[in-house]
Design a protein around this ligand. Structure first.
Ligand SMILES: Nc1nc2c(c(=O)[nH]1)N[C@H]1C(S)=C(S)[C@@H](COP(=O)(O)O)O[C@H]1N2
Ligand SMILES: [Mo]
Length: 426
């Protein structure tokens, strides 16, 4: 599979945000004023988060129960977090390369919609398609139409840009608003579907097209008193024509409701929000597009960043042990620690583990080389009963690694610090 360099996502985001600020990009329904007001509200919120004070505006429906998720949430597999559910890393012990669907994390801005597959349509429209812009009816595909097109199966990682956000607070004392993910806002699955490029070409893509914006059919997202409309985010045409899939199956079963039934995007290598679930309308535009999800959110704000925020780069390097948080393990036993590491820049090259007496190389599972994440093992014989902090850190092919302390940013994205995993030897 080809891989679009990660800088391309950053460059595209930055360009579109600047065009939007200059009034030269279309946002499909959200006014610039509305977003600026939200920006002020978010500013108050992030300031308050730094001060640890409650404020009147809420960034996310904090405390909302995950009743909008359809699948069961057994506590040994998933932990509810507001409208979302986080995978428990202990639930990956003994599993294969992919995350079984029953424990794959769920990130819902609102709730999982019930969609009737017989009436569902993928509906493409916009000035980047052949025909008289604005006057022609959209080009539609039903589920059966998509299934008749050439199918492709890929193994791809989906990770929320806020994965690891909790550790900005618990390890570094710089809390950020938003979903307080540990390390379980990530998963790898196999995805089957049709290439977005195939559908775009059938719909009459022209040379004038520059951006493609898929939109979810879940309820509109309201935050800080502003209705931002449906979840959507533009992709540059180059990425849309590269390796993006319109997936209708996950781990060889029909896509489950929580993961985008009947059809979602899978955008390999890009942050999770790019992989729009429950996709319905797709705008194909000859002019640049923006959405709140690449201007107001999913940018780096705060000290050391531009006033309008810097674009997110690729997902950061992370490592996780397949152990319960505060695991209890027997003393004087030989343990085989297992874990996984991953990076948005590309494959992992090395992993090291520290159980308390220095960094030692972990053994990489050879079969995973070059894939979206890397399994590893490390032997440990706990010397004595007591409390331990296990650490793992990885380096990817670009040389990016994991610092002891992640650089904070106002919205708590791209945590890359080494996580201290508590273990009690009894
Ligand atoms: N329509 C829609 N698509 C969406 C979202 C959403 O709330 N609505 N959440 C996004 C985010 S932020 C992430 S991280 C991924 C999560 O995919 P998953 O729930 O299948 O794990 O879906 C993305 N696609
Ligand atoms: Mo996300």
């Amino acid at each position: 599979m080809s891989r679009t360099p990660s800088w391309e996502e950053a460059r595209h985001d930055d360009l579109r945000a600047r065009q939007w600020l200059a009034g030269r990009a279309d946002g499909g329904g959200v006014s610039r004023q509305g977003l600026l007001e939200l920006g002020a509200a978010m500013g108050a919120l992030t300031a308050a988060a730094r001060e640890r004070e409650p404020v009147a505006v809420a960034a996310d429906p904090v405390g909302v129960d995950p009743g909008g998720i359809v699948k069961p949430l057994p506590p040994e597999l998933l932990t509810p977090l507001d409208t979302n559910a986080e995978m428990r890393w202990a639930a990956m012990a003994g599993q294969g390369y992919v995350v079984p669907t029953d424990r794959f994390f769920v990130r819902n801005h609102t709730r999982t919609p019930a969609i009737d597959p017989d009436h569902w349509r993928l509906s493409l429209h916009g000035t980047g398609l052949r025909g008289r812009p604005g006057r022609d009816r959209p080009v539609e595909f039903g589920l059966a139409d998509l299934r008749r097109l050439p199918a492709e199966r890929i193994t791809a990682l989906v990770e929320c840009a806020g994965n690891g956000r909790r550790f900005f607070d618990t390890q570094q004392g710089t809390p950020a608003p938003g979903v307080a993910w540990g390390l379980g806002g990530v998963g790898v699955a196999s995805w089957t579907g049709v290439r977005l490029s195939t559908v775009l070409r059938l719909a009459g893509l022209t040379d004038a097209a520059v951006d493609v914006m898929p939109e979810g059919l879940d309820p509109a997202y309201v935050t800080g008193g502003v209705d931002l409309g449906r979840v959507r985010r533009p992709l540059p045409l180059r990425k849309a024509l590269d390796d993006v899939l319109l997936a209708y199956a996950m781990n060889d079963e029909p896509l489950p409701p929580d993961h985008g039934f009947p059809v979602r995007l899978v955008v390999p290598g890009w942050i999770g929000i790019a992989s729009i679930k429950w996709v319905g309308p797709v705008e194909v535009s000859a002019s640049p597009l923006f959405s709140p999800w690449n201007t107001r959110f999913y940018r780096m704000f705060g000290p050391g960043h531009a006033a309008d925020g810097d674009p997110l780069t690729a997902q950061s390097v992370k490592s996780a042990f397949e152990l319960p948080w505060d695991a209890r393990v027997p003393a004087s036993a030989d343990l085989l620690l297992r874990g996984r590491s991953w990076s948005g820049n590309g494959p992992i090259r090395t992993v090291e583990v520290d159980t308390g007496d220095g960094w030692c190389p972990a053994e990489l599972v050879a079969a995973d080389a070059g894939g979206p994440w890397q399994r590893w093992t490390a032997r440990w014989r706990p010397p004595a009963p007591g409390a331990y902090r296990l650490r793992a850190r990885a380096t990817d092919v670009t040389g990016a690694g994991q610092p002891d302390r992640a650089a904070p940013n106002a919205l708590g994205y791209l945590f890359d610090g080494v996580v201290r995993h508590p273990v009690t030897v009894a």
